[in-house]
Ligand binder design. Structure first.
Ligand code: NZQ
Ligand code: ZN
Length: 390
């Protein structure tokens, strides 16, 4: 087991009726608050009014930036960074799903520099040494952005979608009220579940095999998602289901399960190219890619991990032949994504053909570090995996 540092200093207010602490959290950083949100779901669910009331009650000054897109665009980041500079913002409050949270993180970093925020993500890779403090109120369980220091931003002019993780962008506090996710559609609930599953699978299928305790933890989280996502889709106001999904989303990517694991992720770099070129929902792309990637990487050297996955997560009979269990585990994962979660199972079904596979494969390998992945992948491998998804 490799050495690692465990340090996740995000204060989490979990559950209902926690917004009474919002004023006190924001006030730690100053008086001028920039609240960011997406296309308006927070108004429909009444959360906007609640948040504004808390901010007013605390005597803080409120500024707003709305309209942050799913697969957030660099232009939104630019706007937010400008507001922070022009209005001397002290703290950012992101209210929404991963897209709003991600964009807000780069606004917070952009506020501290004179250059274009895209320089953080382009080949210039400008350093992110500081950022304004960020508080989040999560409304969709999926990305884990509420408890990690990462974000992923799209530049439609260059067909780039690039992620980066830097400590200064870690939220100071996050408010996780499962009831705020009651209105998330069955489709977005499914995509969120697929995203969380992928965050775990990317780490679970890893080169080291001596992290029994973390493997058990990850198996538990995957079972939790498999159990509760279909319930939340059928019964959107089932608190227990929403709560389990929300906490699993945070823990899937907050740095705990990957402690000590040397790895580069595989499906995420491939998916980011799909959303960069076709603006699809991140979790949907991952659901289509993950079973094909698993199929592509299965051989005698990897079969044991698949066997463990099949037996411990899907309850497949361990007395069967190892390779048979491995193949069955991929079938069961596909069944979860495409039957239980009702997600489309191929790229053709979402009108994606092979037009850009060559460029996407090249970019996924170059940007995503795929040669350091669980099974090192080059451009031909990635193209083959995309083709398997057609
Ligand atoms: O914009 P609004 O009106 O808020 O509507 C959103 C949006 O249309 C809606 N929604 C959110 N909360 C809702 C709701 N609708 C009804 N009721 C609610 N309570 O859902 C739609 C999707 O929202 P979005 O924020 O885009 O979804 P998600 O949380 O899945 O975020 C996806 C983005 O996060 C990135 C993805 O690549 C993608 O760009 N990721 C971020 C990561 C990170 N920070 O660590 C890791 C992930 O792997 C991922 O790459
Ligand atoms: Zn993801």
């Amino acid at each position: 087991m490799n050495n690692f540092i465990y340090d996740i200093p995000v204060k989490v207010y979990f559950g209902e009726n926690q917004l009474c602490h919002l004023g006190e959290e924001l006030s730690k950083y100053g008086k001028r608050v920039l609240m960011t949100y997406g296309g308006g779901s927070i108004k429909k669910i009444g959360l906007y009014d609640e948040v504004v009331a808390e901010i007013k009650k605390a005597g803080l000054e409120l500024f707003e930036l709305s309209g942050i897109e799913p697969n957030p665009r660099i232009d939104s980041v630019r706007k937010g960074a400008e507001i922070c500079k022009n209005e001397n913002i002290d703290v950012l409050l992101a209210v929404g799903g991963g897209s709003t949270l991600d964009a807000t993180k780069f606004m917070a970093a952009g506020a501290m520099v004179d250059h274009d925020p895209w320089d953080f993500l382009s080949s210039k890779w400008a350093p992110i040494e500081k950022a304004l403090p960020i508080v989040t109120i999560l409304t969709l369980s999926a990305t884990g952005s509420e408890m990690d220091c990462g974000g992923v931003i799209t530049n439609p002019e260059t067909n780039d979608k690039i992620g980066r993780m830097e400590r200064p962008m870690l939220p100071k506090a996050s408010f996780l009220n499962p009831a705020n996710t009651y209105t998330v559609s069955p489709y977005q609930t499914a995509c969120g579940a697929a995203d969380m599953m992928s965050h775990i699978i990317e780490v679970y299928f890893n080169k080291e095999n001596d992290l029994y305790m973390l493997d058990c933890f990850m198996e538990g989280m995957m079972k939790t998602i498999i159990k509760y996502a279909p319930i939340a889709m059928k019964e959107p106001e089932n608190y227990e289901a929403r709560a389990n999904l929300m906490w699993a989303s945070s823990w899937a990517i907050n740095g705990f399960v990957n402690g000590g694991k040397e790895h580069s992720w595989s499906c995420h770099p491939m998916e980011h190219e799909l959303s960069a070129f076709y603006d699809i929902t991140h979790g949907l792309g991952l659901a289509i890619l993950t079973p094909r990637w698993l199929e592509y990487c299965l051989d005698d050297s990897t079969v044991s991990k698949y066997y463990q996955f099949g037996v411990n997560v899907f309850g497949i009979d361990g007395s069967l032949d190892k390779m048979a269990v491995a193949k069955k585990s991929i079938e069961m994962l596909s069944d979860f994504f495409f039957n239980s979660l009702k997600l489309k199972s191929t790229l053709s079904a979402i009108d994606i053909d092979d037009t850009h596979f060559e460029t996407m494969a090249e970019k996924a390998v170059e940007i995503g570090g795929l040669k350091y992945a669980y099974k090192p992948l080059d451009k031909t491998d990635v193209r083959n995996i995309y083709k398997m998804c057609l």
